[in-house]
Design a protein around this ligand. Sequence first.
Ligand code: BV8
Ligand code: ZN
Length: 257
Amino acid sequence: MTGPLDEAAGLLRGAKRVVVLTGAGMSAESGVPTFRDAQSGWWARYDPEDLATERAFRRNPDRVFAWYVSRLHAVRRAEPHDGYHALVRLATLLEGVLTVVTQNVDGLHGRAGSRDVVELHGSLEAFRCIACRHPASADDIARLEDGATVIHPPACAKCGNFIRPGVVWFGETLPVDAMERAWRAARTADVALVVGTSSLVYPAAELPSLVAAGGGRIVEINPHETPLSCRADVYWPAAAGEALPALVAACGGSVAK
Ligand code: BV8
Ligand code: ZN
């Protein structure tokens, strides 16, 4: 009787085009709270979906901006765990190509060394003007107080409007180039490795269905079942930081950092 590790490795070994779709659970073992877990500390009183909207920002810019400053500090303190390094290694082990499509805004895939990364929901390291989109320096923003519960957003150097985080808020459309790259990778994938997402947020949650529609197979790694689990070819109830290094080892590699 083979288990999910052997089944997943069997699918990956022969794969020519792999798309990896990650969500906030991919960063849990790096100490970055998942999007839907109860938020820590002062922010526990807020539902992230009530903060991650343009409407919330316009109604209470100081509160929302402080939330993003605290998250920027948190991700800059975080380090990619072995699951991230395993994905970097997996990309070199495969004969074909591996594209990482992430819903996360923490930049950890890039910091681990993954090359082909699509950030569907933007990045905590990207700040810009809410009106003219003129970029602002994340390093300047990182000099603002960590832990403050209100921070007045800086003014745009070009037009004086508020600086906002360069993430995709609920109700906003995803960047066109990111969607094009992600949808192309999904349509042509032999295997989708779906790691650490509750598969609740659209349009990202559509990607595994695109892979299946193109004849690809789905491997899901998540300690808890999701709406995707019953449709996955392999559902592996495991944490990313354990499963991904084991998968690389089963594919003949080791997690070289
Ligand atoms: C859009 C950036 C077109 C911001 C994020 C009404 C109006 C408009 C749109 C909608 C609407 N109703 C619904 C929608 C669509 C909406 C949506 O999907 N809502 C959901 C809640 C139903 N989507 C949008 O608005 C998108 N835009 O549709 O535009 C449009 C435009 C106008 C009008 C109509 C349509 C934009 C969505 C992007 C939102 N921005 N992030 C920020 O971060 O501040 S999404 C946010 O959720 C994060 O990026 C996060 O990654 C993402 C998804 O959550 P998950 O990653 O899955 O994280 P979650 O916490 O849920 O789950 C973690 C999982 O990890 C769990 O399953 C857990 O078991 C697992 N786990 C835990 N530990 C581990 C683990 N797994 C592995 N290992 C572990 N150790
Ligand atoms: Zn401006």
